[in-house]
Design a protein around this ligand. Structure first.
Ligand code: PLP
Length: 404
């Protein structure tokens, strides 16, 4: 019997059999805007020939729920289209996408370069592989640009880039790093979460692999964890697909549906985050308590000129450095005194957030603070979708209450 022409048995089945009859037909004539949520661990084959065709050209596209469903495929296609790549792959978190890139492209004996402005767990992951899996990991100054050529060794296989780093906001010279890497046959991977694949297009600069934490702007609801890799090359995709399969990493179609729903409004949300964040950042730049505003669109940010050259916009995340005379206790009191900015990790949702970071403890290859004005503690702001007038009033009241 084939699954597609399931014949009802001639006599009525016993109740338990009736209870598990598969509902195989998608009713014709029903149309609606939402992408259908196709749930399925078991994916049905029409016959054993199809089942045995695995790996051949006539292999059926769908094999097992872990590897993808029409819902996850719809999300992959949209993500690839937004970022300008050819293929995307979904992972259970942004960090799992980072991990996938490490495992797909490195083996014992290989060397990886990680910038000092990278997402903390990206550095930690590399350090773990170096400790227990026989690779070497070296950190580099994110502002190194074409100078990365001097760090490349024969065994270097992968260079991570983060543009901008999501705490220090330093904007690296991506084309400079990529040209040096390509000249030596080294792959580059970018964590493009800040730009959401929208305001920076890594494939136009020759980057091989882009990683996104869909947990952030794509979901937009602070309620889903998901990540993606995006590439513009079929061979790279094949390698990522195989590694993901061996790891057993998949995502649920219900979560994909939530991200698809968020994606519909992502560009207009990001435009609103960008406007409000620049307004707050510019206001903070006028305050006597603030030594330096680290927002890629403002001139005090390392790499601002690169941002102007390579980016088409900004998003909702930026940092400030306080004047050096303020203690961490005062800065902490300022954060805890905010009413509209919550304390918590992750960002990309409707609600604003603020967090302190101890940057010197996160750096190994470059100095902090950046050259220029003396500066103290760093606070990172995520600007949500509240009215910026309320956010500015809130920051003002907490500065005046705690930093006098
Ligand atoms: C949040 C984040 C990640 C990790 O995403 P998760 O889904 O939380 O694992 C990776 N990189 C950057 C820059 C992030 O902000």
């Amino acid at each position: 019997m084939s699954a597609s022409d399931f014949d009802p048995p001639s006599s009525p089945p016993y109740p338990q059999t009736a209870a598990v009859q598969p509902a195989l037909d998608i009713p014709p004539g029903f149309r609606a805007f939402p992408q259908a949520t196709h749930r399925g661990s078991t994916v049905l084959f029409n016959n054993l020939h199809e089942l045995r065709a695995y790996g051949r050209a006539d292999s059926p596209y769908w094999r097992y729920g872990l590897h993808g469903t029409p819902t996850s495929e719809a999300l992959c296609q949209q993500l690839a289209q937004i970022e300008g790549g050819s293929h995307a792959l979904l992972l259970p978190s942004g960090l799992a996408a980072i991990s996938l890139v490490y495992f797909a492209f490195l083996k014992a004996g290989d060397d990886v370069l990680v910038p000092d402005n990278a997402y903390g767990p990206t550095c930690d992951h590399g350090a773990w592989l170096a400790r227990d899996f026989g690779i070497t990991m070296r950190r580099y100054d994110p502002m190194i640009g074409a100078g990365i050529a001097d760090l490349i060794r024969p065994e270097t296989r992968l260079i991570w880039i983060e543009a901008p780093g999501s705490v220090t906001m330093e904007v690296p010279d991506v084309p400079g790093i990529v040209a040096a890497a390509r000249a030596r046959g080294v792959r580059t991977a970018i964590d493009n979460t800040w730009a959401a694949g929208l305001v920076f297009k890594p494939f136009t600069h020759g980057v091989d692999i882009s990683v996104q934490a869909l947990t952030k702007y794509q979901s937009g609801g602070s309620d889903v964890l998901m990540g993606a890799t995006i590439v513009n090359d079929e061979a790279l995709q094949d390698r990522l697909v195989l590694t993901r399969m061996r790891m057993g990493w998949g995502v649920s179609s219900d979560d994909c549906y939530l991200v698809l729903r968020g994606l519909q409004t992502m560009p207009v949300r990001i435009a609103a985050h960008d406007r409000a964040a620049r307004e707050l950042a510019e206001w903070l730049g006028q305050r006597p308590e603030i030594a330096r505003v680290l927002h890629p669109a403002l001139p005090d940010c390392p790499g601002h000129e690169i941002w102007k050259r390579d980016f088409t916009g900004a998003t909702g995340l930026f940092s400030v450095l306080f004047q050096p005379q303020y203690t961490q206790a005062q800065i902490d009191a300022f954060i805890e005194g905010l009413r509209h900015f919550a304390i918590g990790f992750s960002w990309g949702g409707a609600h604003s957030l603020a967090l302190p970071y101890d940057v010197p403890s996160m750096r190994t290859a470059s100095a902090w603070p950046p050259e220029g004005k003396p500066a103290g503690g760093l606070v990172r702001f995520y600007v949500g979708l509240e009215d910026p007038r309320d956010l500015i009033a809130d920051v003002r009241q907490s500065l005046e209450a705690h930093l006098r």
